[in-house]
Structure formats: structure tokens, C-alpha cells
Ligand binder design. Structure first.
Ligand code: M6R
Length: 359
């Protein structure tokens, strides 16, 4: 039930801190260790490459997890779109491990790949919000998102829950391999910090509705840019904006702008920069300056430690592995308010279904 909320999407955005805390509860053992089936952890630890297969927002969650997963486990990670992978199986490593990310567990494109990898006898894990769903039943292992039902077509809390579960899994695998980075990463504590940081963003809703009125509501198109993890969040931010507000939006690797897309910048085009990475932040700022000088209206979402005077949205500090969990939140709220102000149905965008059960 959406209770006093006008739309499920807003309720689901608001639930994210509670989902982070629920994941800590569900996955923390009495001894403080991570509660994930040891057969799954050791099978993954023995693999030489992880293949994440997913669609839409779930594939973006895969991207958001790629870097920390590789660092914590020392296993290379590839992200594949189910609808591409299904028809052209790439060269597979000697000991692959497949992870299917799917909120619904019913996405036909992903299931089609799972059927294939099962035929080839490759080990598979489904990370899903729905216990007993098709992808869960057909994979060797399942990890649940514990996000509660997600009703709005635009996925929000499933994205952050998927990233959090990937962090728990990567930490468990890295610890099994005896890797210091994983042993020293206090994953439960860090997810708790993320939950509190999410609350502080959520408590400033009116700020986001003012920003959309100023930057997004009347625009025809918009761009999100970032580098590294901030680029991966940009892809998700753009999908969220376009699927419900119908503003044509693209998420870019900031450095790619000058290789073509900058031609689209006109007087007043909104360009939103995401800056949470201290190595690349100043480069993204440079790109924002470039588009500003061509007339773009820029808006900055930055971690507090990297913020500059004039930045419109500040993110409390969280562990560098987990910045996507936080950076995505303002972009969900911007999509929500832009849609509301443009007068569209936030929960039920045109032409879309909650789960896509045809290939
Ligand atoms: O249920 P799934 O996670 O497998 O769904 C995948 C996509 O269809 C889904 O994330 C879609 O992109 C959302 N509408 C995005 O908000």
C-alpha cells in the first residue's frame, strides 16, 4: 500500500535507508560474519571470471558493483546485457561464474541466457527481490534483496539493494580467499553509514523539487556525466529520467563528450555532473566548464569532501566502494519531481511494463 504517498516511486525511494538496514540484519550472523551459503561463496571464490547478466536498471547495478567486486575478490567481472548475450555467446573463461541480477526474477531476456548457461553446466546465482521467481528456481543459488515489493515501473530500491548485496557477496568471497582488502572492509558498518547518509538526502525533498523546476521540467533533453563509478551512476540516472519524464536523457563518460556529444549542447541544455571520485573529479569539473562555455546549464552532485562553492547537491561521505548507493538518490528524486511537474503518471510510464516477460 502506498499509504499517504502520492506515488509508489516516492515511497520506494524513501524506503531505501530501511532496506540497507534490513540487508544488514538479514545477512549478519551472530558472530558478525556474513551469512551467505558457504557452497556459493567457495564456488565463486574458485572461479576465474564473473559474468553479470541483466537488463535495464539491474545491468546498471552490475556496473556499479564491478569495481568493488574486482577489488574485494580479485576476480575480473564482465557485465552483459541479457538481450545481447543471449544470441552471441562471447568467449567464456575456463571457470566462469554467472550472476543474474533481476528485481522481478521473471525477465525473459535474462532467463533465456540462464537456460543456455545451465545447458553448458556453468554455475549460476540469481540475485532477486522475489523468492521462488523463475530465475531463482532455475539457478543453482539465490540471494534475496529483501527490498519489499517494488510497484513503480521505475526501479529505485532494487538498484540500491542489488549493489548492497553485491558488496556483501564480494566481501564474503574476498574474506574466504584471505584477501586483506575484504577482511578489512567493515561492510555492515559501511552500509549503516550509507543508510544514515541516504536519510539526510531524503529529508531535503523540497530542494530537489526546486532544482527540477529550475533545470529540468521545461527541457527537451538532458545529460548526466561522470567518470568511473560516477559514469555508471550517470547511465542509471539518465534511464530513470527518460523512462518516466520522457525527457531525452543520456548518461556519458565525461571524457567522451568532446568526442561527439558536445555537438548537442545548446543554450540552456542541462548537464548534470556526478563527482564522488577524488581521482577523476577535477577532470569532470573541467568537462562541465567546457559545456558551460557552450551555453549549458550545469548542475553538480558532489561528495562533501570534493564539493566547491556553488555545487547544488552535496552527498555525505561514504566508503569509496559505496558512493553509487548515495549518488543515485538525488537522480531518482530529480526524475520523480521532473515527471510530477511535467504532469505525467510517475508510477506507470507509457509503453512500459514492470516486468518484461517477452524476449
Ligand atoms: O526485473 P528486472 O530487474 O530483471 O528488470 C530489468 C529491467 O526491465 C528494469 O530494470 C527496467 O529497466 C526498469 N523499468 C528501470 O527502471
Amino acid at each position: 500500500e502506498k499509504g499517504t504517498y502520492p506515488y509508489y516511486m516516492l515511497k520506494e525511494i524513501d524506503e531505501q535507508p530501511a532496506v540497507m538496514r534490513r540487508l544488514v540484519q538479514e545477512y549478519r550472523q551472530a558472530d558478525g560474519e556474513i551469512h551467505i551459503d558457504s557452497a556459493l561463496v567457495s564456488e565463486l571464490a574458485a572461479s576465474d571470471r564473473v559474468y553479470i547478466v541483466a537488463c535495464g536498471t539491474s545491468s546498471h547495478a552490475g556496473w556499479a558493483a564491478k569495481r568493488f567486486f574486482e577489488e574485494l575478490t580479485q576476480i575480473p567481472v564482465e557485465i552483459h546485457l541479457s538481450s545481447e548475450f543471449g544470441y552471441n555467446l562471447p568467449l567464456i573463461s575456463k571457470k566462469p561464474f554467472f550472476i543474474y541480477l533481476s528485481q522481478s526474477g521473471e525477465t525473459a531476456d535474462s532467463r533465456q541466457v540462464l537456460v543456455k548457461t545451465n545447458e553448458l553446466d556453468y554455475p549460476a546465482l540469481t540475485i532477486t527481490n522475489v523468492a521462488g521467481s523463475t530465475l531463482s528456481r532455475e539457478a543453482d543459488h539465490t540471494l534475496l534483496l529483501y527490498a519489499g515489493p517494488e510497484i513503480a515501473v521505475a526501479s529505485t530500491k532494487a538498484y540500491t539493494a542489488q549493489i548492497a548485496v553485491m558488496a556483501l557477496l564480494a566481501t564474503a568471497v574476498g574474506r574466504t580467499k584471505g584477501l586483506a582488502k575484504a577482511t578489512n572492509f567493515p561492510v555492515f558498518q559501511e552500509l549503516g553509514i550509507v543508510a544514515s547518509a541516504m536519510e539526510s538526502i531524503i529529508s531535503e525533498k523540497s530542494h530537489f523539487s526546486d532544482l527540477t523546476a529550475e533545470y529540468l521540467t521545461a527541457t527537451r533533453n538532458a545529460f548526466y556525466i561522470g567518470r568511473g563509478n560516477d559514469y555508471y551512476v550517470s547511465m542509471e540516472a539518465a534511464l530513470k529520467l527518460k523512462e518516466i519524464s520522457y525527457i531525452q536523457a543520456e548518461g556519458f563518460a565525461a571524457g567522451e563528450l568532446k568526442h561527439g556529444t558536445i555537438a548537442l549542447i545548446e543554450e540552456g541544455t542541462p548537464v548534470i555532473g556526478i563527482i564522488t571520485d577524488e581521482v577523476t573529479g577535477s577532470h569532470t569539473r573541467g568537462n562541465l566548464k567546457e559545456v558551460e562555455s557552450r551555453g549549458a546549464k550545469t548542475l553538480v552532485i558532489a561528495s562533501e569532501a570534493l564539493a566547491k562553492v556553488g555545487d547544488q547537491i552535496l552527498l555525505p561521505q561514504v566508503h569509496p566502494y559505496l558512493t553509487s548507493l548515495l549518488a543515485v538518490l538525488p537522480t531518482q528524486l530529480l526524475a520523480y519531481y521532473a515527471t510530477l511537474q511535467r504532469g505525467y503518471d510517475v508510477d506507470k510510464p507509457r509503453n512500459l511494463a514492470k516486468s518484461v516477460t517477452v524476449e
